[in-house]
Design a protein around this ligand. Structure first.
Ligand code: FES
Ligand SMILES: [Fe+2]
Length: 407
């Protein structure tokens, strides 16, 4: 395999920075970003984000393997009660998890998908097929004026792509994940997400704005200080190459092993994920609310939602290679999961977001500042602002060159 083109050029940029012993951002002419503190606590901003980001755009609702054929799964992460189904033929669909009779919730949340031949409402027993049509009503003659074919479950636009399940949580919308992903769509097959399996999923709420978590994953400037005792020993100091694909951002953060690789002039580019992840940790912010972090042997997939202006929901899926999802690997993954979820994410990145939130209204700052070593933070907030202002979709599906201003 060869690296996808933008991943390859990002890794070459890391090599060039190491060879020249000079970080890219020193030559950047982008202005320092100033983010108004209100963006992190205003109820109006949060409502606008729901309306402009979390209802019209495709959102990741799970990994494809979480929903086997003939199974259903309730999904409540995004404030819309969703019912995910996969019929016996393997087709993934999404519906509102609401009965068409008198509105009862059809399926309760569970940690795993439930095997079902049909969906039976727990109130009066109306029964639906996994493709959404109404199959049976008790005493159907009592509904003589109602056409059963008009009582199907309300479908949400749904698509399976790159091993992930995507839904637009608005019944009247359409979905086109490839177009939404812009050029990132061409990079993702290499990353092999479809071949992974969930090891563990954690869901929690924290008293911070959701964008503070995105901010933390868009810069490597903090790794040396915040993560000095956990992951910093594995990373070069603040050495990254980030690239924009419409509103999505892919970053490669150099690991220490990249230093020796860069200095050997004829060292080839890696040809597989394992070799890539030895040299750099790839991470993607899939706009608006998902973050991938490709650790050396597993993937952290984080999805976020603004439960309130100052409360976020955090869902962290640890996805591991399918051939290592066996019991003999379990102790290794348990230890790894504790280290990353509890040690790094919760005690460091999330704790930092909570700490920032506590001081946002203190008057110390009327804006937060993201300098040139954190320029992707400014890109993200610029893109959110564009969406909230109703600026039409990304003018081009081609990636925007690093350092360029959005059109
Ligand atoms: S509310 Fe579902 S069958 Fe009555
Ligand atoms: Fe971090």
């Amino acid at each position: 395999m060869t690296l996808p083109p933008h991943t390859a050029s990002q890794l070459e940029r890391i090599r060039a920075q190491l060879v020249a012993a000079r970080l890219d951002w020193r030559d950047s002419t982008e202005p320092v970003a100033r983010i108004p503190v209100e963006n992190y606590f205003s109820a109006e901003v949060r409502d606008a984000e729901i309306e402009r980001l979390f209802r019209p755009l495709p959102l990741i609702v799970g990994h494809a393997s979480e929903l086997p054929p003939g199974h259903v799964l309730a999904h409540d992460e995004y404030g819309v009660p969703m019912l995910l189904t996969r019929d016996a033929d393997g087709r993934f669909r999404a519906f509102l998890n609401v009965c068409r009779h008198r509105g009862m919730r059809l399926v309760d949340a569970a940690t795993e998908a439930l095997p079902k031949a049909s969906i039976v409402c727990p109130y009066h027993g109306w029964t639906y097929r996994l493709e959404g049509s109404l199959r049976h009503r008790l005493h159907a003659e009592a509904f003589d004026a109602c056409d059963a074919s008009a009582e199907s479950l309300v479908a949400l636009p749904a698509e399976e792509r790159h091993g992930l399940l995507w839904v637009v949580p608005s019944p009247d919308a359409t979905i086109d994940v490839a177009a939404h992903l812009c050029g990132l769509d061409g990079e993702l097959p290499f990353y092999g997400i479809a071949g992974l399996r969930p090891f563990r999923t954690v869901r929690a709420e924290y008293p911070a704005n959701w964008k503070l978590i995105i901010d933390a994953f868009l810069e490597a400037y903090h790794i040396r200080v915040l993560h000095k005792d956990t992951i910093y020993p594995f990373f070069a100091d603040g050495l990254t190459a980030a690239e924009r694909f419409g509103p999505h951002i892919q970053s490669l953060v150099a690991r220490r092993a990249a230093e020796a690789w860069a200095k050997s002039a004829d060292a080839p580019l890696p040809g597989d994920m394992a070799s890539l992840c030895e040299l750099a940790t790839p991470s993607q912010v899939v706009f608006p609310n998902a973050i991938t972090i490709f650790h050396p042997d597993y993937l952290s997939l984080v999805t976020l939602y603004p439960v309130g202006p100052e409360t976020l929901s955090w869902t962290h899926r640890m996805l591991i290679p399918a051939d290592r999802a066996t019991p003999d690997w379990t102790p290794h993954w348990e230890k790894t999961f504790r280290l990353i979820e509890e040690g790094v994410f919760r005690k460091e990145d999330i704790a930092c977001a909570i700490g920032i939130q506590r001081g946002l209204k203190s008057g110390a700052n009327d804006h937060l500042t993201a300098g040139r070593a954190e320029q992707a933070v400014g890109w993200f907030h610029g893109d959110v602002a564009r969406e909230l202002a109703g600026v039409p979709a990304w003018p081009s599906l081609a990636p925007v060159a690093a350092g360029a201003s959005p059109a």
